[in-house]
Ligand binder design. Structure first.
Ligand SMILES: Nc1ncnc2c1ncn2[C@@H]1O[C@H](COP(=O)(O)OP(=O)(O)OP(=O)(O)O)[C@@H](O)[C@H]1O
Ligand code: NI
Length: 320
């Protein structure tokens, strides 16, 4: 469809472990427009990183994508052979991890790793060096950083290098999995500002993965809330703020500390589900303040409650 760089259709991912099958991502669908920032929000274990890996078609063992399509410019990444995939990853869809050492070897100079990455994607040495310099500058780092070893850099600088590499081949989609979680608050803001800048400048689409609903509401255009591997709510940020429907999304909002608030924030009692043995009906029902018999028995479908606003809750219409 026109205007969408990425279309994800009915994606299911499971881990086949010794102790059972983990239902990590269940029936996720969404579309991403050019230049859009989508935030994927949810607690630990809700399937966010597994979704990110699935979008790159690099789910680690014992995980398997059991169903779905990931259409990038109309081509399903899940049908590509290893060699084609290798070309696409990094150049058309790329990922920035929470820990930059996932991308960077601490003991090899940044310039060697950066140019090697570019040369693997077909650039000659001179061009690779030029591109590495250009993007090092674009992420606000001095050129001398290229001569450094990653272990000599600060957390923020390393994350800038990882971002520079992720955007250097102008991919349509950049996934950032908790890119600022390991950084202190001031550097977190700088890195998020940088992501905003590069998104505007290069018109790339971003998928920001975070457990922080406040960050999502501050930075994203669209928000997808996940719980237990399922999408609970999906909407434009402004629509979500105006008319938050799902009891889980509301619980996440309630649990945010507010400036000047007295006392402790309210929180969601209980624990996320064991995805080897998910609850019957609605996966959220054991923790839901509104759960009724129907929620235990029947799994709610993701329904469009108003234009572009989807909610998976039997009582989404009732809850106000
Ligand atoms: N390699 C693996 N083997 C088996 N199970 C896994 C593996 N990786 C993740 N899981 C399980 O899959 C489910 C989803 O995990 P995932 O890491 O995708 O969640 P997440 O939302 O990214 O969590 P976090 O916020 O902690 O990063 C969890 O139940 C997790 O235990
Ligand atoms: Ni994760």
């Amino acid at each position: 469809m026109a205007g969408h760089v990425l279309e994800v259709e009915d994606l299911w991912v499971k881990y086949y472990t010794m102790s059972g099958v983990v239902h990590a991502v269940s029936g996720v669908s969404f579309k991403l427009r050019r230049g859009e920032m989508l935030a994927v929000v949810g607690e630990s274990g809700s399937g966010k990183s597994t979704l990110a890996y699935a979008l790159m078609n690099m789910v680690p063992k014992p995980g398997k994508i059991v169903r779905g399509r990931v259409l990038l410019g109309g081509v399903d990444l899940l049908t590509l052979m290893t060699e084609e995939l290798r070309k696409v990853r990094g150049s058309r869809i790329s990922i920035v991890f929470q820990d930059p050492f996932t991308t960077l070897d601490p003991l090899r100079r940044v310039v060697d790793q950066f140019t090697e990455f570019l040369m693997e994607h077909g650039l000659d040495k001179a061009t690779a060096l030029r591109v590495a310099r250009e993007y090092t500058e674009a992420v606000g780092l001095p050129e001398r950083v290229l001569e450094s070893y990653p272990h000599q850099l600060s957390g923020g600088q390393k994350q800038r290098v990882a971002i520079a590499m992720a955007i250097s081949l102008s991919p349509e989609v950049v996934i950032a999995d908790e890119p600022t979680t390991a950084l202190d608050v001031i550097v977190q803001k700088q890195i998020m500002d940088l992501i905003d800048d590069v998104r505007r400048k290069y018109k790339s689409s971003f998928i920001l993965i975070t457990h922080d609903l406040a960050l999502a509401l501050e930075r994203a255009d669209t928000v997808m809330v996940m719980y237990g591997g399922y999408v609970m709510e999906y909407a434009d940020k402004s629509e979500l703020v105006r008319d938050m429907r799902h009891p889980y999304t509301r619980a996440l909002l309630e649990s945010l500390p507010r400036l000047g608030q007295r006392g402790l924030p309210s929180f969601l009692p209980g624990y996320p589900p064991d995805l080897r043995n998910p609850p019957s009906g609605c996966v959220f029902h054991p923790r839901c303040p509104l759960a009724r018999e129907k929620c235990r028995a029947e799994q709610p479908q993701l329904v469009e409650v108003s234009k572009g606003h989807y909610v998976a809750c039997h009582y989404a219409g009732v809850v106000k």
